[in-house]
Design a protein around this ligand. Structure first.
Ligand code: BES
Ligand code: MN
Ligand code: ZN
Length: 489
């Protein structure tokens, strides 16, 4: 199983530092008086700590960066990590410092010396987020993380401050695990079952099966899944922590468990990474989990469309025309532009059933957004400036990259079809924008809406500030903060 790190907060124990095996991380700034624990470590190492803190190497570190003293004489530890962090620092820098510690964490024990640091809880949060690894299928190689102890000045206070972070980290890890899981394991069945299991946390979870989707008229969504042995499903997760009867915020996720492209099949190179094409659904699920774990005082409904896009004798073909639940017809130019077909029906269903006061969809929707923004920023598309600005602020506060992209009538006009109300693909130019315009056709004008294209940010080839390379769980933190800022209390 993937193994999140468990952190204990306790009072500083000076003697324990000398006998501590594994690693010690000392959180310290340059040019300030040493804390009692730092002095103890300095004396035990015959001044190595003071010399290191005065060195050029330490002086060149930015706040939040660290250097290792390997096998320090006088200590039992195999490494003493010096983490540069001033006392007065912003939360994201404290998280970055925690991530530097978390990155080095292995199966050995770790003690973090953070006495008197006002951002100890943020340090712990960054450590936990970065220390994640997905080892489910690595057999004997995967050892659990060693125990992590934080020496702080007020353990109870810091533990209380760190509690919401633990709930959020669990939401992020839930999303990352889902993104990592291979498609032979995470079928639509399996995905739905993992979501249904969240009923234990107080979420109401419903699974709509193919018969139900057929009766609702979701032919756009069903067309995508019709070449797969795994039946298409829509899962509805309701968190009712707000006032009774108050309209919810709706979160909608693309859950393509595997995207071969269908009959418009993708090239073989790199196709294995299309196991991440359910990243939108994963972020929605992770956010719902975090909301339930921290008992959020808001009404939020999460809806995910779970399908698999396969080529088959029954698969949808280029040129097919499908009718959406809304009633509009769509000419399927390219069966690989499947995410928008799934979302069209789930977006419409979310509005018809819940009349939401806001709607945000997340989808690994286009390769074009990676061309435009790389892996640094999610593409943000919106028809509502107020909601969009609030989201961009929340994402910035959480250090999750997000960049607003344009929309407009000229792009919408590109969706014109030979024979239907619209086509699902119109070439490479502005590919992410025309995808967003397609979705916009299924959003009622009175509903404030944001579309997040996370194709570049849900899964990355290089590590990011808060995640090892691979699944990031991008968006759980930003969405949770947006909900705290705008939809709670
Ligand atoms: N799932 C892909 C988008 C994607 C690409 C996600 C790379 C993550 C990494 C999506 O379904 C897709 O295939 N989009 C096509 C759209 C095109 C056919 C209009 C694309 O981006 O090429
Ligand atoms: Mn596709
Ligand atoms: Zn896709």
């Amino acid at each position: 199983m993937p193994h999140p790190v468990s952190i204990q907060f306790r009072d500083t124990d000076l003697d324990a530092l000398l006998t501590q095996e594994g690693r010690i991380a000392l959180v310290q700034d340059a040019g300030v008086t040493l804390s009692p624990a730092a002095r103890k470590l300095d004396r035990a190492t015959r001044g190595a700590v003071t010399r290191a803190l005065a060195s050029d190497a330490f002086g060149k570190l930015k706040p939040g960066e660290a250097l290792d003293l390997a096998f320090p004489a006088g200590l039992a530890a195999e490494a003493l990590q010096l983490v540069r962090l001033p006392k007065r620092t912003d939360p994201l820098t404290a998280r970055k410092a925690g991530a530097a510690i978390g990155k080095a964490l292995k199966s050995a024990a770790l003690t973090v010396v953070a006495e008197g640091h006002p951002r100890a809880a943020e340090l712990a949060f960054g450590l936990a987020l970065r220390a994640y690894s997905f080892d489910t299928y690595r057999g004997g190689e995967a050892k659990p993380f060693g125990p992590v102890a934080f020496m702080v000045t007020n353990p109870e206070t810091v533990a209380a401050e760190a509690a919401p972070g633990a709930a959020l980290a669990e939401g992020v890890f839930f999303a990352r695990d889902l993104v990592w899981e291979p498609a032979n394991v995470l079928t639509t069945w399996d995905f739905a079952a993992r979501l249904a299991a969240m009923q234990e946390l107080g979420l109401e979870v419903e699974i709509l099966d193919e018969d139900t989707l057929e009766k609702l008229g979701m032919r756009a969504l069903l067309g995508v899944g019709q070449g797969s042995e795994s039946p298409s499903k829509v899962v509805v997760m309701q968190w009712k922590g707000g006032r009774e009867g108050e309209a919810p915020l709706a979160l909608v996720g693309k859950g393509v468990c595997f995207d071969t492209g269908g009959i418009s099949i993708k090239p073989a190179a790199g196709m294995e990474e299309m196991t991440m094409d359910m990243g939108g659904a994963a972020t929605v699920a992770g956010t719902m989990r975090a909301l339930a774990l921290r008992r959020a005082k808001a009404n939020v409904v999460g809806l995910v469309g779970l399908v698999e896009n396969m080529p088959d004798g029954r698969a949808q073909r280029p040129g097919d025309v499908v009718k959406s639940m809304k009633g509009d017809t769509i000419e399927v130019i390219n069966t690989d532009a499947e995410g928008r077909l799934v979302l069209a029906d789930v977006l419409w269903y979310a509005q018809e059933r819940f009349n939401p006061k806001g709607m945000i969809d997340l989808a690994t929707l286009t390769g074009a957004i990676i061309v435009a923004l790389g892996h640094e920023n999610t593409g943000v598309f919106s028809t509502d400036d107020a909601l969009c600005d609030a989201f961009l602020k929340a994402a910035a506060a959480e250090g999750e990259g997000a960049w607003r992209m344009p929309m407009g009538e000229a792009y919408d006009a590109m969706l014109k079809s030979r024979i239907a109300d619209m086509r699902n693909s119109c070439g490479r130019e502005g590919g992410s924008v025309t995808a967003a315009q397609f979705l916009a056709r299924f959003v009622k004008p009175e509903v404030p809406w944001i579309h997040l294209d996370i194709a570049g940010t849900a899964y990355t080839k290089a590590e990011t500030a808060m995640a090892p390379k691979g699944a990031t769980g991008w968006g759980v933190l930003a969405l949770d903060r947006l909900i705290r800022d705008r939809f709670e209390g």
